[in-house]
Ligand binder design. Structure first.
Ligand code: SAH
Ligand code: SF4
Length: 343
C-alpha cells in the first residue's frame, strides 16, 4: 500500500523523504508541487531527479476525494459533496465575497456531539476524516477554482472548519491539516484567516492554543447551562463556566484578540429578550473579549425547531450591541443549493 502524500504536513513529508533516503529539502519541492501547483502525478515534477520520481511512484500517491455532486448558486457559492467511502459523504462550501473568499471544510463524517439544531448531529457519527481527506477539500477546491476562474493567483483566502463534524474531536488529524493550510510552501494562509469552530471541547481548546493557534469560533447557542445542556449535549461535560475560562486561556495564544461566539437563533427557544440580557451578563462576568455572530437557523424537519423571525433576531442583536458587544447577523448564502450552515 502506498502512502497518500496529502496526509503529511511539511514536517511529516520531510520525515517520509528521509525514509526514501532523500534529503529533507526535497520535501519542500514536493510539497510546493502538490499544494501550490496542484500536481497529481509525479511525472509532472520535472525539477525532481528521475530516481526520486521513480521511488515516489512505488511508495506514494497523491489521492484526492471524488466529487459526487457540485452545485453552484446564483450568488457564486459552490457546494461539493465528496465521497469518503463506505457510503459516507462530506461537504465543502466555497463562499466568495468582495474582500475575501472562504472555504468551509468538514472534519468528520457525521458528528458525535448531537446538537439538536444540526442535521449532521442528527445523522450520528460515522468516522473521523484523515488529514489527507481534510486537506483534499482545500487542495481540490483551490485548484478547481483557479481553472474555473481562469487565474493563476490564489483564490481561497480564508478557511473555516464549519462543515460537518466537530474538529476538536478529530484533533490528531486536524493539526497537520491546519499546518498545511498555514505553510508558506503550501497555501500560506494567515492564522487569522483560518478558523476552527468548536462546540466546546475544553481540553482540546487548550491543546490547540499550544500546538497551532488559529482563530477560534465557539458555538455558544445558549446563555445558561440548563438551556445549553439541552441544545448542545457536550455542555453536560464542559459547562459554560469551564468553556468561558478555556476561551480566556485561548486568547493568550490566539492570533486574534477576540473569540467569535456563534449563536443559532431558534424561534421561542433561545431568542427571547432575557436570553440576550443573560448573555451580556455571562460574558461580562467572565471578562471575555468576544464578538457575536447570530446565525439564522436553517430548519430541517427532524429538528422540530423553527427559525426566529427576523425582527426578533434584530432586537437580540440590538441588545448585545447596546451593551458594547460587537454583533453581526450572518447573511445566508447559497440558500438555493442548501449550502447554508447545518445543511
Ligand atoms: N462542530 C463545530 C463546527 C461545525 S458546525 C461546531 O459546532 O462549532 C458550524 C456552525 O454551524 C456551528 O456554529 C453550528 O452551531 C452551526 N449550525 C449547525 N446546524 C445549523 C443549522 N441547522 N442552522 C444554522 N446553523 C447551524
Ligand atoms: Fe456536531 Fe457542530 Fe453539528 Fe453540534 S453543531 S452536532 S458539534 S457539527
Amino acid at each position: 500500500m502506498t502512502v497518500n502524500l496529502l496526509d503529511f504536513d511539511l514536517e511529516g513529508l520531510a520525515a517520509f523523504c528521509e525514509t526514501l533516503g532523500e534529503k529533507r529539502f526535497r520535501a519542500t519541492q514536493l510539497f510546493r508541487w502538490i499544494h501550490q501547483r496542484g500536481a497529481t502525478d509525479f511525472d509532472q515534477m520535472t525539477d525532481l531527479a528521475k530516481s526520486l520520481r521513480g521511488k515516489l511512484q512505488t511508495a506514494a500517491r497523491i489521492q484526492g476525494l471524488s466529487v459526487i455532486t457540485q452545485q453552484e448558486s446564483a450568488d457564486g457559492t459552490i457546494k461539493w459533496l465528496f465521497d469518503v467511502g463506505g457510503g459516507n459523504a462530506v461537504e465543502s462550501v466555497f463562499i466568495p465575497e468582495d474582500d475575501r473568499a472562504t472555504l468551509c471544510i468538514s472534519s468528520q463524517a457525521g458528528c458525535a456531539v448531537g446538537c439538536r439544531f444540526c442535521s449532521t448531529g442528527h445523522q450520528g457519527f460515522s468516522r473521523n476524516l484523515t488529514t489527507g481527506e481534510i486537506v483534499a477539500q482545500l487542495w481540490f477546491a483551490e485548484h478547481f477554482l483557479r481553472r474555473h476562474l481562469d487565474t493563476s493567483e490564489r483564490v481561497i483566502s480564508n478557511v473555516v472548519m464549519m462543515g460537518m463534524g466537530e474538529p476538536l474531536q478529530n484533533y490528531s488529524a486536524l493539526v497537520p491539516a491546519l499546518r498545511t493550510m498555514l505553510d508558506d510552501h503550501a497555501y500560506g494562509l494567515s492564522r487569522r484567516r483560518v478558523t476552527v469552530s468548536t462546540s466546546g471541547v475544553v481540553p482540546m481548546m487548550d491543546r490547540l492554543g499550544e500546538d497551532c493557534p488559529v482563530a477560534l469560533a465557539v458555538s455558544l447557542h445558549a446563555p445558561n447551562d440548563a438551556l445549553r445542556d439541552n441544545l448542545v449535549p457536550l455542555n453536560r461535560k464542559y459547562p459554560l463556566a469551564e468553556l468561558l475560562d478555556a476561551c480566556n486561556r485561548y486568547l493568550a495564544h490566539a492570533p486574534r484578540d477576540f473569540i467569535t461566539f456563534e449563536y443559532c437563533m431558534l424561534d421561542g427557544v433561545n431568542d427571547q429578550p432575557e436570553h440576550a440580557r443573560q448573555l451580556v451578563e455571562l460574558v461580562r462576568t467572565h471578562g471575555i473579549s468576544c464578538k457575536f455572530n447570530l446565525i439564522p437557523f436553517n430548519p430541517f424537519p427532524a429538528s422540530g425547531l423553527l427559525r426566529s423571525p427576523q425582527p426578533r433576531v434584530l432586537a437580540f442583536a440590538k441588545t448585545l450591541s447596546e451593551a458594547g458587544l460587537v454583533t453581526t447577523v450572518r447573511k445566508t448564502r447559497g440558500d438555493d443549493i442548501d449550502a447554508a450552515c447545518g445543511q
